[in-house]
Design a binder for this molecule. Structure first.
Ligand code: GLU
Length: 428
């Protein structure tokens, strides 16, 4: 039987598109470090993770054969506190990607003032072609392989692409067995009955939605008069479309990995949500589809890339009609396109700010696990909102003060505390 559990379904970019991800991240880190007034040694410290482990995980498959999987865990910087970040299960996972993603987690934790550094893990596998029990054995095997370098006060994993609360539950159970005590704080994104937090599933989309509201205010756009295009209909994209509809906006375009739908009068979002499959596919039910690239250039006030990286590039940035771009995906806009959009006065809210709702509620989950006292959905939503509004404001005003784009401003805000903590510890 193949796995039928719902998974985080944002597709991952192909290897060729990932090239340069680490080096482009490093180039912005370098500029941010210089603008903050640090010397080169600070950049030398922050340009790579402090630690990365590569493991080989033997798994007994259902047909009796043995398969060896490769996994990684990268810990970028733990000067502020334990490292934190998801584990992705995907055939395209590699060392370079895991390294860059762990750096982004450091930035997210810095921007949101979470007492963590960044971490990230991944296993090279295709969960779409594995059974429920094979996935369980793989998840447990990964935890056994990395158990010495993770833990509630060392490095706290979470869901990411194609991983979900069930996988977190197996990992938590395996870690608790190894330690011989119950360790809910070892991992976040767990099912509610195992110490998960209210509001974790929708957290990324809620965070993006609050960023859209904040950006719209700055641009003088009223949400109930706005037209919105959302690229990607996975966990983030589908919930964002629902929240935008609830806010009274007109969602005129959506897409999945196979195509896009555009309707100037507004799409029937409830119908689309109802018909999407667990991997976020829905356009296959229609004949009047357009391409993802065509969708990006259509008329709207707000554009939300919530799919894969490198979608807004030097080639199409001039054709974007939106006044606001909010990055729900990791790395959807190239550096060149970021510059073009800024010159055209398009307000771009960068991924490290816009997509941090998930890790923020993960932090709330860990706090609740540590204190053994749990918050209501309203309490979580209210705490998330104040974190996002405060962080947005901080990044926006940094951008204004330095006359720079919001991406560079977000890097400056994200690096500051980690750099200070590293300096106090005597690492530079
Ligand atoms: N994987 C998510 C991210 O990249 C969440 C990480 C977490 O919850 O720790 O932000």
């Amino acid at each position: 039987m193949k796995a039928t559990i719902p998974v985080n379904s944002e597709p991952v970019q192909k290897q060729s598109e990932m090239l340069g991800l680490l080096s482009s991240t490093q180039s912005i880190v370098k500029e941010a470090v210089q603008r903050l007034g640090y010397k080169d040694d600070m950049y030398e410290l922050l340009k790579e993770p402090l630690r990365i482990i590569k493991v080989r995980i033997p798994v007994r498959m259902d047909d009796g054969s043995m398969k060896i999987f490769t996994g990684y865990r990268s810990q970028h910087n733990d000067a502020v506190g334990p490292t934190k970040g998801g584990v992705r299960f995907h055939p395209e996972v590699d060392e370079e990607e895991v390294k860059a993603l762990s750096m982004w987690m450091s930035l997210k934790c810095g921007i949101f003032d979470l007492p963590y550094g960044g971490g990230k893990g991944g296993i090279v596998c295709d969960p779409r072609h594995m059974s429920f029990h094979e996935l369980e054995r793989l998840s447990r095997g990964y935890v056994r392989a990395i158990s010495q370098i993770v833990g509630p006060t060392k490095d706290i994993p979470a869901p990411d692409v194609f991983t979900n609360p069930q996988i977190m539950a197996w990992m938590m159970d395996e870690y608790s067995r190894i330690q011989e005590f119950d360790s809910p704080g070892f991992i976040t994104g767990k099912p509610l009955v195992l110490g998960g937090s209210q509001g974790r599933e929708t957290a990324t989309a809620r965070g993006v939605t609050i960023c859209i509201e904040e950006a719209a205010k700055r641009k003088g756009i009223r949400l109930h008069e706005a037209r919105v295009i959302i690229q990607g209909f996975g966990n983030a994209g589908s919930y964002i479309s629902k929240f935008m509809k609830d806010a009274g906006a007109k969602v005129v375009g959506i897409s999945d990995a196979y195509g896009a739908l555009y309707e100037p009068e507004g799409l029937d979002i409830d119908y689309l949500l109802d018909r999407r499959d667990s991997f976020g596919t829905v356009t296959n039910l229609f004949t009047n589809t357009i391409t993802n690239q065509e969708l990006l250039g259509k008329e709207c006030e707000i554009l939300v890339p919530a799919a894969i990286s490198n979608q807004i590039t030097r080639e199409n940035a001039e054709h974007i009609q939106a006044e606001i771009v909010v990055e729900a995906a990791n790395g959807p806009t190239t550096l060149e396109a970021t510059t073009i959009l800024a010159a055209r006065n398009v307000l771009l809210v960068p991924d490290v700010l816009a997509s941090s709702g998930g890790v923020t509620v993960s932090y709330f989950e860990w706090v609740q696990n540590n204190q053994g006292y749990y918050w209501t959905e309203e309490e979580v939503a209210q705490k998330l909102r104040s974190k996002i509004v405060e962080s947005f404001d901080n990044v926006f005003s940094t951008a204004q003060r330095h006359q720079i784009d919001m991406r560079l401003a977000a890097y400056m805000v994200g690096i500051r505390r980690m750099a200070e903590a590293s300096r106090f510890r005597g690492w530079v």
